[in-house]
Design a protein around this ligand. Structure first.
Ligand code: ASP
Length: 431
């Protein structure tokens, strides 16, 4: 089946119609309660169906594409090389992203735009919702320093596969499985390899089919976000608009550094790169989930940017789970903003410690809507800033989540492009 319009145009149309619908309700309807009800009863479910179908694919896609990617490397030393480069790039870009956030927040000082009274009012309005995020974060915070290592090792792969939040455990299993497959003589494993290749193709076809829902799903998701936030949104934006603009400015800076990497290390035209991954970016914006966007990110990077499958099917599933440039950048801006509004003076050492905690917190954030904010509580905890401060930014978080997810997905695609070009160069130097 061929599409009449390219996918990114279809998603864009859904997105624009969603914004128009949401803006019309916010601006034209005085008491939007009925429309909010109508939207959540009759429109939002289509968005949920779309996101659920994408999530349905996430675990099998990660499992099968990783095993496929690893076995197509043909030997373990190649896996070590690609894996080392990938993890190195992920850490480097995350540290750069946190630094971009720190630079922007120190230049724009968004806390100066908000007075103590307004801060108290906002905290009061959103404190209930913030409590839930805080208690989740406290659970995480009480763990020992090596708990995250313990957590990524699955004890039961069926149990891990049945939970989208345990993606790292699925990755550990897939890597172990792939490595074991490589270590066994080829004649013995060809049936298993063909099985994994075949299932992987089927899953990619399923993604294709689900994407027919994309325009409607995007419209439903975007219109619902705007309509449900319409009551408080304009006052909130007035109060913490400067904070939101600082986050967006910092995210733009991160995207710019990603494009520089694409040009300098990936040897690709940055504008063409952006065009190639635009369907994934639009989908990331609408779903706020890098995990849900993963199938399309893989499709764009492989078929449009032209990165070979052995790299893209290894780098991207890993990146969707652990590499979050947008999230870490946002956590830096948000932590410094909240600390200052709550009149905590952060020293240079405090700010440097944010680089470490935000990097770790972004690795630990799940690739789903709102996860970055839960982990923000950990960054605040480290700085000894009261976690209630999260209430300050809760109201605008969904919109900023949409923006940071775009940056997360762009960062993953960029690293795949850079690693892909390095691998190609090595391959062509050693025929
Ligand atoms: N929504 C983000 C993602 O899925 C994570 C976050 O920052 O909340 O990539």
């Amino acid at each position: 089946m061929k599409r009449t319009f390219p996918l990114h145009i279809q998603i864009l149309v859904g997105l624009i119609l969603g914004v128009v619908y949401g803006a019309a309700v916010s601006l034209l309807v005085e008491s939007p309660v009925q429309i909010q009800q109508f939207t959540s009863d009759w429109i939002a479910p289509f968005g949920q169906i779309f996101v659920k179908s994408l999530k349905l694919i996430a675990v099998p896609l990660v499992l099968f594409s990783l095993v496929n990617g690893i076995t197509s490397l043909n030997d373990i030393s190649r896996l070590g090389k690609i894996g080392g480069k990938t993890i190195g790039m992920y850490l480097l870009t995350t540290v750069i992203a946190v630094s971009c956030g720190l630079i922007m927040v120190n230049i724009f000082k968004p806390w100066e735009a908000i007075n103590g009274e307004t801060a108290k009012e906002i905290i009061h309005t959103f404190s209930n919702a913030a409590d839930t995020k805080i208690s989740t974060a406290i659970d995480v915070n009480n763990d020992g320093p090596l708990q995250f290592l313990v957590d990524i090792v699955p004890e039961n792969i069926i149990a891990s596969s049945s939970n989208n939040g345990s993606m790292l455990q699925v990755i550990v299993f897939a890597v172990l499985f792939g490595v074991a497959l490589l270590a066994i003589p080829k004649e013995k494993t060809s049936t298993v390899k063909h099985f994994f290749e075949g299932v992987n193709d089927v899953i990619l076809k399923m993604v294709d089919i689900i994407m027919y829902l994309a325009p409607i799903g995007t419209f439903a998701l975007i219109s619902n976000v705007f309509v449900q936030n319409s009551t408080h949104f304009s006052e909130l934006l007035a109060a913490i608009g400067r904070y939101s603009l600082t986050v967006i400015g910092a995210l733009l800076l991160v995207i710019t550094t990603s494009l520089i990497f694409v040009y300098v290390l990936g040897k690709k035209n940055p504008l063409k790169f952006l065009k190639s991954i635009s369907p994934a970016q639009l989908l990331a914006f609408s779903t706020s989930s890098s995990a849900a966007t993963l199938p399309i990110t893989m499709d764009c990077v492989k078929n449009k940017v032209g990165i070979n499958e052995e790299v893209s099917s290894f780098v991207l599933p890993l990146g969707a789970t652990i590499n979050m440039d947008g999230t870490s950048c946002y956590q830096a801006v948000a932590a410094v903003f909240i600390a200052n509004v709550m009149q905590f003076d952060l020293t240079l050492v405090d700010q440097l410690s944010i680089v470490l905690t935000a990097t770790l917190a972004s690795i630990g954030s799940a690739a789903v809507p709102g996860a970055g904010m839960v982990m923000l509580a950990i960054v605040l905890g480290q700085l000894k800033v009261p976690m209630e401060g999260i209430a300050l930014i809760l109201g605008v978080d969904r919109i900023l989540d949409m923006c940071r997810t775009v940056v997360n997905v762009t960062g993953d695609a960029m690293v795949a492009t850079v690693v892909g070009s390095k691998v190609d160069t090595v391959a062509s130097n050693n025929p």
